[in-house]
Design a protein around this ligand. Structure first.
Ligand SMILES: [Zn+2]
Length: 322
C-alpha cells in the first residue's frame, strides 16, 4: 500500500483517536492536490479495520483486501454526473448501502475524494447519513479547500489540514520509488514538498513541458520581451488543462518574486527559483499584484469560455503593461 509521508501531527492524532476507540465517524482531509489525502484516508482505514495486533499489520485479511482495493466494506466513491461531482443516484445508493451492516468487520467506510465540485444538493442528501451514521458507518471527504463542503456538513466532521512534506522527505519518498537523485532534485525544485505533484512531474512529459514554458515566460517578463511571452503561451494552444497548470505555476513564481523582494530567506513555492530571484530584483509590488490580477482575470475568462488564445493574448499584454 502507498505510504503516507510527513504530517506527523495528523498521523499521531488519528492514531491516538483509534487507540482510544474515540475516532470520529466523519473526516475532511484538505490541502492542495498531490499531498496524499486519499493515501492518508487509506492508512486511517487500514488501522481502523485491521484485525492484527500491531495495526495496521499489513498481513491480516482486512489489510490485504484494502491494499488490493477489494475490501467489501470500503468504498472509494467514484465521481459521477457532472464533471468531478457525485450524482444524486450515487449518493442515494451510498445511503441505501450504509443501511446494511458490514460484511467483514465492525466498520463500513465511504471515501468521497476530490469533493471540490460536490454540489449543494448531493451534500444535503448525504447530510443525515453524515450526521447520524450507524455505529459502523464512517465517511472521509477530501478536498483542496474546507470551503468545498457546506458548513452544515463540516460541523459534523473533523477537518484536518494536510501539508507538504519537507524537501528532504520528498526526495526520500521519490528515491524509494526508484527515481535517481538528479530526477528527484529536479522535481523538488519545481514542486517542493508535494510528493504527488513531483511524481506527476517525473511521470508525465506534458507537466515537464508546462514547467519549461513557465520558466520561459518568467524569463520573457524579466527581459520585457512581449513577443517571446506571446510565443511561449501560444504553445499552450487551446488546451485548458495545460493552461490552468501554466497559470497556477506562473502565479506561484510571481508570488515568490514578491515575497523574496522583502524576505530573501522565505521559502519558495514556485517552480523557477532562479527566475523568481532575478525577477525580484526588478519587480515592483504593484507590478507583481497586476500580474497576479492578470492570472485571475484569465481564469475568469476561461470560466466564461472566452476563446483561449484571445484570453492568453490579453494576459500577455496585461503582464507587459504591469
Ligand atoms: Zn491488519
Amino acid at each position: 500500500m502507498a505510504q503516507f509521508y510527513g504530517n506527523e501531527q495528523i498521523q499521531h492524532t488519528l492514531h491516538q483517536m483509534l487507540l482510544r476507540d474515540r475516532a470520529p465517524h466523519g473526516f475532511l482531509f484538505y490541502g492542495e492536490t498531490g499531498l496524499g489525502k486519499k493515501t492518508l484516508a487509506k492508512q486511517f482505514l487500514a488501522e481502523l479495520l485491521c484485525t492484527g495486533t500491531e495495526k495496521p499489520c499489513g498481513s491480516c485479511k482486512s489489510c490485504k483486501m484494502l491494499a488490493d482495493g477489494v475490501h467489501p466494506d470500503v468504498r472509494f466513491v467514484e465521481h459521477s454526473g457532472k464533471r468531478n461531482g457525485f450524482s444524486v443516484d450515487t449518493v442515494r445508493e451510498v445511503c441505501v448501502d450504509l443501511a446494511s451492516p458490514p460484511n467483514e468487520g465492525n466498520a463500513k467506510c465511504y471515501v468521497f475524494g476530490d469533493c471540490d465540485a460536490m454540489d449543494t444538493r448531493t451534500q444535503n442528501l448525504l447530510l443525515k447519513a453524515v450526521e447520524e451514521p450507524p455505529a459502523y458507518g464512517y465517511f472521509i471527504f477530501t478536498a483542496t479547500s474546507p470551503a468545498s463542503l457546506l458548513p452544515t456538513v463540516r460541523s459534523r466532521i473533523v477537518s484536518l489540514a494536510v501539508s507538504p512534506v519537507t524537501e528532504q522527505e520528498c526526495c526520500a519518498a521519490l528515491a524509494e520509488r526508484g527515481f535517481s537523485p538528479e530526477d528527484a532534485a529536479e522535481a523538488v525544485a519545481a514542486f517542493h514538498g508535494n510528493i504527488g505533484q513531483c511524481l506527476n512531474f517525473l511521470e508525465n512529459m506534458p507537466i515537464r513541458e508546462v514547467v519549461g514554458l513557465t520558466k520561459t515566460a518568467i524569463n520573457s517578463i524579466i527581459n520585457k520581451n512581449e513577443y517571446a511571452l506571446l510565443q511561449t503561451v501560444s504553445v499552450l494552444g487551446k488546451e485548458r488543462e495545460r493552461t490552468f497548470l501554466f497559470l497556477n505555476l506562473f502565479d506561484r513564481c510571481i508570488r515568490d518574486a514578491i515575497v523574496w523582494k522583502h524576505d530573501p530567506c522565505a521559502a519558495g513555492i514556485g517552480c523557477d527559483a532562479a527566475g523568481s530571484k532575478k525577477l525580484a530584483e526588478r519587480l515592483s509590488d504593484s507590478a507583481g499584484q497586476a500580474m497576479h490580477c492578470a492570472v485571475d482575470s484569465t481564469y475568469g475568462a476561461m470560466e466564461a469560455n472566452v476563446n483561449l488564445p484571445l484570453a492568453l493574448a490579453a494576459f500577455c499584454a496585461d503582464c507587459m503593461d504591469a
